[in-house]
Design a protein around this ligand. Structure first.
Ligand code: ZN
Ligand code: ZN
Length: 345
């Protein structure tokens, strides 16, 4: 996972780009062919991102220039299978992905075969942001975060249960072991953009929960809702692109809930370990990044003493030299400044 660490070298620009997040559970008859043609479409529009195609549907997130993302949405909405697909749209200064991938998968949200559910047949009831906000404040409701533990760490809804899972596949077992005592209560779940809850709610129903609800459009939609404005969401929302985390709570209640892994002070900065063979994403405040030079641990410091060629700073140094060389040429210099920023990831 990539992290932008040196905020000081980000080139500030206009918000000419957009990031789209979308999914649809719908039968796709020939996913191989679909994926192949879809990749061509994305390339022709200069889009970057990650798209999964399976017989059960489409799941993607892409970045691109505003006019190109408009065209992409228009083309997909023309296809009867995706005519009602919702796109969550964020503004951005630049691409938030390096490349475009369109992958054919067995499923767009993966569970073990014995646990799998079909959201077209079984899922919980949708809650609009306002309804979700009201449910959050009730006593007879169990709030389940449908994401992984490291996503929960940096931000979550107040009062939500922290799932002890590193992978979505682990949810059915985790539910069995941890939620049985809550049977009989209402359960509400949420995830980043809503897709994981499409299956998670079905799993909960299969495990004997009768009243299961999920947040329509996920956390990102909740943050944009003019009425709730992200209220009761503490911290930031982890995203799977180069932004790492985005702001959700747009009210005076916005807080930082995660802590620097070195000093324990509040911090929501994820950086990658300077040891390229570790590359562990860890929470680190700016002061500690300087103090520990981006290493996650003593072990990684020692490792680089023995394997200096695996030091991420070497890569950055090369780009800095190129930047200096091309200072007189603003276009080229800007290119290398971006590289420096990315090399920090
Ligand atoms: Zn610190
Ligand atoms: Zn490390």
């Amino acid at each position: 996972m990539k992290v932008m660490a040196r905020k000081d070298v980000i080139v500030m620009g206009n918000m000419d780009y957009r990031v789209l997040l979308y999914y649809k559970f719908v039968d796709i008859e020939n996913p191989e062919l679909f994926a192949k043609e879809h990749l061509e479409l994305c390339k022709s529009l200069g889009l970057r991102g990650r798209i999964l195609v399976a017989e059960e549907g489409l799941n993607g997130t892409v970045s691109g220039l505003k006019e190109n993302t408009d065209e992409y949405m228009r083309i997909l909405h023309e296809d009867p299978r995706f005519s009602d697909m919702t796109f969550k749209i964020d503004e951005a200064e630049e691409h938030t992905f390096k490349k475009i991938y369109v992958r054919r998968r067995k499923s767009i949200i993966t569970l073990n075969e014995e646990d799998d559910v079909n959201p077209q047949v079984k899922k919980g009831k949708y809650l609009k942001p306002k309804e979700f906000y009201e449910m959050l404040q009730r006593d007879d409701v169990v709030v389940v975060d449908g994401r992984n533990d490291y996503e929960y760490e940096i931000g979550h809804f107040r009062g939500a249960i922290r799932p002890d899972v590193k992978n979505f596949k682990e949810f059915p077992e985790w539910i069995e072991e941890n939620l049985s005592e809550h049977k009989g209560k209402k359960v509400i779940s949420y995830c980043t953009g809503g897709i994981r809850c499409e299956k998670l709610t079905g799993v909960l129903m299969n495990k004997g929960f009768d009243e299961v609800y999920h947040l329509e459009g996920g956390i990102v939609t909740y943050g944009k809702d003019p009425e709730v404005q992200g209220r009761l969401f503490d911290g930031k929302c982890y995203v799977f692109d180069e932004r790492i985390a985005v702001k959700i709570n747009n009210t005076e209640e916005d807080v930082v809930i995660s802590k620097c892994s070195h000093c324990g002070k509040p911090s929501d900065r994820y950086i990658n370990c300077t040891n390229d063979d570790c590359h562990d994403q860890h929470l680190c405040c700016t002061a500690c990044e300087e103090k520990y030079q981006g290493f996650c641990s003593e072990d990684c410091v020692k490792y680089i003493q023995e394997h200096p060629e695996r030091d991420a700073r070497l890569r950055i140094k090369e780009k800095l030299e190129m930047y200096d060389k091309y200072k007189q040429n603003p276009r080229k210099a800007q290119y290398f400044r971006r590289c420096i920023d990315k090399a920090n990831m």
